[in-house]
Design a binder for this molecule. Structure first.
Ligand SMILES: Nc1ncnc2c1ncn2[C@@H]1O[C@H](COP(=O)(O)OP(=O)(O)O)[C@@H](O)[C@H]1O
Ligand SMILES: [Mg+2]
Length: 255
């Protein structure tokens, strides 16, 4: 078996003594695999992603990215990150913000920034500044900036959260397309079960107080999973199963 690209071993995290946010997390993500993380608000999803990005240290256990510490993997520019709030440079246009990633990472084999933005439905807005874009558009630029350099590892924290439903559906398709082409190892936090089932190879459900892996569900549906027009019975059944598990976990933690 190939080594996992991301590996968390017996990871616990607490911010104050006696209160474990996450505990006993064992998670191995294979190269090219996309794992969706779902769970109640406050269960530690962002914290888990921040540990994978080297922004937070585990209290116990270890986190390895590409066989190194997360900080080393980030220093090698092998990690693309998009967190919940878009982190764009206000004085640069959408296109310039995406180009900036290529400049910083010095990657010459990245995707074409303007094509990527067009693929994300922003062809008319390449030269707009962040303040001229809606929150959803900024979020799309943010995602483009996270993956334009084709990082081996992609960490996405509710990247589609700020989008309205219609844009969200298109964006899920665009994202699925880009990820199918570039195949980064991806950890995706989402609160949408549909989104998780469309995009993921595995859906991991976290419980809360403390956050543990409650379920780890492989998704074997064929791709592309074009579900918006006419979801297959198999797709609907998978969504129902995942949602059933998630709701049972939420009920058990009193939400
Ligand atoms: N830097 C921090 N200091 C103290 N508590 C934190 C910090 N970051 C997160 N937490 C707490 O950890 C818990 C999990 O947060 P988070 O990872 O953001 O959850 P999620 O992303 O699943 O909603 C929450 O109770 C949050 O208040
Ligand atoms: Mg979060």
């Amino acid at each position: 078996m190939t080594d996992p690209a991301v590996r968390l071993k017996q990871v616990s995290k607490r911010f104050k003594a006696g209160v474990d946010i996450l505990t006993g997390i064992d998670l191995a993500v294979a190269p090219g695999e996309l794992v969706a993380l779902v769970g109640a608000s406050g269960c530690g999803k962002t914290t888990l992603l921040r540990m994978a990005a080297g922004l937070e240290e585990p209290s116990e256990g270890s986190v390895e990215v590409l066989g190194r510490s997360p900080a080393q993997a980030c220093a090698l520019r092998q990690v693309g990150v998009a967190f919940q709030r878009a982190a764009l440079v206000p004085s640069r246009t959408a296109l310039e913000n995406v180009q900036l990633t290529l400049a910083i990472t010095r990657r010459t084999d990245g995707l074409d920034p303007s094509q990527l933005l067009r693929d994300f439905g922003l062809g008319e807005h390449l030269h707009a500044y962040p303040h001229q874009l809606s929150g959803g558009m900024q979020q799309r630029v943010n995602i483009a900036a996270a993956l334009v350099h084709q990082p081996q590892i992609l960490l996405l924290d509710e990247p589609l959260g700020a989008l309205d439903e219609i844009t969200r559906e298109s964006m899920t398709e665009w994202l699925a397309g880009v990820l199918a082409r570039t195949r980064p190892t991806t950890l995706l936090v989402t609160h949408s079960v549909e989104e998780a089932v469309v995009l993921a190879d595995r859906v991991v459900i976290l419980s809360r107080y403390p956050g543990r892996i409650a379920h780890d569900i492989p998704i074997h549906l064929p791709r592309p999973r074009d579900i918006w027009g006419k979801p297959s019975a198999e797709f609907q059944e998978t969504v129902r199963t995942v949602r059933g598990h998630l709701h049972a976990v939420l009920r058990a933690t009193g939400i």
